[in-house]
Design a protein around this ligand. Structure first.
Ligand SMILES: NC(=O)c1ccc[n+]([C@@H]2O[C@H](COP(=O)([O-])OP(=O)(O)OC[C@H]3O[C@@H](n4cnc5c(N)ncnc54)[C@H](OP(=O)(O)O)[C@@H]3O)[C@@H](O)[C@H]2O)c1
Length: 354
């Protein structure tokens, strides 16, 4: 598809020309993977990793805005841009027609509506099942409410979608021959990814805030907990690897991480990389954080409580490195990305926010 015309028009013509719809066992021909959230950080990382290998993958990127700059950039990298909305089942079925696999990430923060996120996730799963997509990779979560005893809407929603995927999987598997059920050539195969805190948050939602001239706070209420973390940019390679050897990962739930750090480790790494700025941990308590006056503070406080307690959050650095041997520690990531953090701080200062 030409980079000048990212508008997606005729999915059926294009997909049949691609020869899609085969199982994910071999790479005689490229597999078609539909990537949700491709204009965002997570889906974008997945889309770019797959687009790097056009011999193995054809990538359809889902967006509601086919003419956005991000959509155009993906089209220039070789993606087919698909106009679809998680609220609109028909658009999802068009996007998923004849696809081999789907990477699904759902969204809470735009509308901050747990039920809506669940319905959107179910819409995508139903569409994938009705289109015969053979492998779903989903950005899921633990049942945080059950673990810590209070609502964490943006993670609980993802757990509900995970549960639905497992139910569909069971239904699809029922009645098949043992051989069919073992390999699930027909029916739904899934891989759940549970992600850690990602480093890119340090120049987006959790960018440092100014305490006084030259001194900045890293305001994560982790208390004495250890934070599993990784670069979202490294998740794409993990998904690429899973899609290269899908059968190894059918039915698996994988917790990813590339580093495990206390707040004091994080502060030390920041201070090592910045000469003219000093970083501190303001030691915010979770019970104070949840009363902060911004939308979603309770959900984020619950998320940090879950992170801090740690025991139920299984993230596996060794398994992650097996999927992506180049997955970076925070220290290494900082070598290449500290300019983004500095840029985010400067932007706030120019806006007079800090
Ligand atoms: N682990 C962590 O540290 C961490 C940090 C941040 C986020 N997350 C989670 O990771 C997920 C992805 O976050 P992100 O930061 O990559 O997102 P993002 O950069 O904000 O991008 C949002 C993406 O979702 C798409 N989207 C939103 N609503 C949609 C709809 N109704 N139909 C189709 N597409 C829709 C957008 O597409 P268009 O606008 O182009 O249509 C865009 O591609 C979210 O679930 C978020 O909660 C985790």
């Amino acid at each position: 598809m030409s980079g000048d015309t990212p508008e997606f028009t005729d999915i059926f013509t294009i997909s049949s020309a691609m020869g899609c719809g085969s199982s994910m066992d071999s790479f005689d021909e490229p597999k078609t993977v539909v990537v949700f959230g491709a204009t965002g950080l997570l889906g974008g990382s997945v889309a770019r990793a797959l687009l790097n290998d056009p011999f193995k993958f054809r990538v359809r990127c889902v967006t509601r805005r086919t003419n956005s700059d991000k959509a155009r950039e993906l089209a220039e990298l070789g993606a087919v841009i698909v106009n679809a909305n998680l609220d609109d089942t028909k658009s999802l079925e068009k996007a998923l027609a004849n696809a081999d696999a789907m990477f699904l990430t759902t969204h809470f923060w735009e509308e901050k509506n747990k039920q809506k996120e669940i319905v959107q996730g179910l819409n995508a799963i139903d569409a994938a099942v009705s289109c015969g997509v053979s492998h779903i990779i989903f950005n899921g979560s633990e049942n945080v409410k059950k673990i810590i005893g209070r609502d964490c809407n943006h993670l609980d929603s993802k757990f509900s979608i995970e549960e639905y995927i497992r139910e569909v999987d069971t239904e699809e598997g029922e009645g098949g021959s043992p051989a069919e059920n073992e390999e699930k050539i027909v029916g739904l195969n899934y891989t759940i990814l549970r992600l850690p805190f990602w480093y890119e948050n340090f120049y987006t939602v959790f960018k440092p805030y100014k305490l006084k001239y030259g001194v900045y706070a890293l305001a994560l209420p982790m208390e004495d907990g250890i934070l599993d973390c990784m670069a979202v940019e490294d998740v794409g390679e993990c998904v690429y690897d899973i899609l290269c050897k899908p059968k190894l990962y059918y039915g698996k739930t994988l917790g990813l991480s590339a580093d495990r750090l206390s707040m004091s480790n994080i502060v030390d790494i920041f201070n090592k990389h910045f000469d003219t700025m000093k970083f501190k941990d303001p030691k915010i308590k979770i019970r104070d954080y949840e009363n902060f006056k911004f939308a979603g503070s309770k959900d984020l406080a619950a998320m940090f409580e879950f992170y801090r307690d740690g025991t139920s959050m299984v993230r596996d650095i060794k398994a992650t490195k097996k999927l992506n041997s180049r997955a970076k520690t925070l220290d290494k990531w900082m070598d290449e990305n500290k300019d983004y953090i500095e840029g985010a701080i400067r932007e706030d200062e120019e806006d007079g926010q800090t």
